[in-house]
Design a protein. Structure first.
Length: 427
């Protein structure tokens, strides 16, 4: 009963929070709203650190970052393109058991972020601060030093920069972490990074109304990632959707699963507005390494503006490897000749370029996170490369690999698809 009283009280206090700063959150007629310079601000955000002009042209108004690298340049570029920035402060997580018990390390982190906050708090593009990304908020007295350091940071921001709200992110929807945030921390709202579990969000929010009923935001959402729940081959390689299928998933989740009807919902950041390596170089990348756009860009423009784009994107259907798909568990003999083909929904659009590459499968994980190390394609002997149909020589070394095809049209836009395969050696 005592715990319930504390929780309800904390939730009521959260409901009352508002402000008069440049950016603040108010609850009016039962709905939470972000105000910027005295006017309601509907957040249409992307997670990344590049392609600002395209984001603005597509109807987005906010970029979310994870750290402070080149922060001045990012803020200036955002302002130039009429965007705001949710600035991430890369706080060390409490699973680093050597950090928070060390007062010198904690003091150094605090001083570094204090300098950042005071340097950029008056920048016109700054929207809010996010303290950490996917931090753990566990029970236990042993985590006292972490909570003490975390609260010192949020307290410093509230004191030094009362004009911008403070949040933090929780991976998926963890009711225990939310309870500890409510009881032990002081943030203006809670944010979530949710992908495959987005359809369950509304129910999960209802289930803990007795603990917390404050405002929230999604700082990462998008396609399913290379993790538990995603289809795999027999040897454990995750099966990646084509870029066209991903664009369909973005649209479907935004229209069906995004909780726009919830008066507590502040907005969402689509992931990933840029190019990044995570298991593959294409999995989350809405752009390629050269800056070319995939169909997800046109999809987000449609969703943010309500107007369907006139831009065309390569209409990739799927890839076949020796006439088999990824779910057929393709196995090749070492050094054998193999064939591959990309099938299109329509051949009416002219294709300018097709790039084929083979990469070793990347299963390296650090701190239980997918690898972001950049990989190099293998010398693969692909014949007739600039074609929808190719032949190639399988690698000579046994192990898991992945064949990629990237198709560009005359507008410079691209589509991608890939098929994992396993090489069997007779030796």
């Amino acid at each position: 009963m005592f715990l319930l009283t504390i929780c309800v009280s904390a939730c009521k206090d959260s409901d009352k929070k508002s402000g008069s700063g440049k950016v603040h959150i108010e609850k009016v007629n039962g709905r939470y709203t972000v105000y910027r310079n005295g006017k309601p601000f509907q957040i249409k955000s992307a997670s990344g650190d590049s392609h600002f002009k395209t984001l603005s042209d597509c109807g987005g108004n906010t970029i979310r970052t994870w750290d402070t690298t080149h922060l001045g340049v990012i803020l200036d570029s955002a302002a130039k393109n009429h965007l705001t920035v949710i600035v991430g402060l890369p706080v060390v997580n409490n699973n680093d058991h050597t950090f928070y018990p060390n007062p010198a390390k904690v003091k150094s982190q605090h001083q570094a972020f204090t300098a950042i906050v005071n340097r950029y708090k008056n920048h016109p593009a700054l929207l809010m601060w996010c303290v950490g990304n996917e931090l753990d908020f566990p029970y236990g007295l042993s985590y006292h030093s972490f909570y003490q350091a975390f609260n010192a940071l949020t307290g410093m921001i509230h004191h030094d920069d009362p004009d911008h709200p403070v949040t933090t992110t929780v991976l998926n929807f963890n009711s225990k972490y939310i309870l500890n945030l409510v009881l032990r921390c002081d943030v203006d709202f809670i944010s979530f990074n949710i992908f495959s579990r987005l359809p369950q969000l509304r129910q999960e929010l209802k289930d803990i109304l007795w603990i917390w009923n404050g405002p929230y935001m999604l700082l990462e959402w998008g396609v399913n990632g290379p993790w538990k729940g995603t289809e795999q081959t027999e040897w454990g390689a995750y099966i990646e959707d084509t870029s066209k299928k991903k664009a369909e998933i973005y649209k479907d989740r935004y229209e069906k699963d995004m909780p726009f009807d919830d008066p507590r919902f502040l907005g969402a950041s689509v992931f990933f507005w840029g190019n990044k390596q995570e298991t593959t170089h294409t999995w989350f990348s809405i752009f390629d390494e050269t800056g070319a756009a995939s169909e997800a860009v046109g999809t987000m423009q449609w969703l943010w503006t309500g107007k369907k784009t006139d831009e065309k994107y390569p209409d990739v259907k799927y890839m076949l490897l020796n006439e088999k798909g990824a779910r057929d568990n393709v196995m090749l003999d070492a050094s054998a000749i193999a064939s591959a083909e990309v099938l299109m929904f329509s051949h009416s659009e002219k294709i300018k370029k097709i790039s084929w590459n083979i990469f070793r499968e990347d299963w390296y994980r650090k701190n239980n996170e997918n690898s972001t190390r950049k990989l190099k394609p293998l010398e693969n002997g692909i014949q007739s490369e600039n074609s929808l149909k190719v032949t190639f020589t399988a690698p000579s070394e046994e192990g898991p690999y992945r064949l990629f095809a990237t198709i560009y049209n005359e507008n410079g836009h691209f589509a991608s698809c890939n098929t994992p395969f396993y090489v069997i050696s007779a030796k």
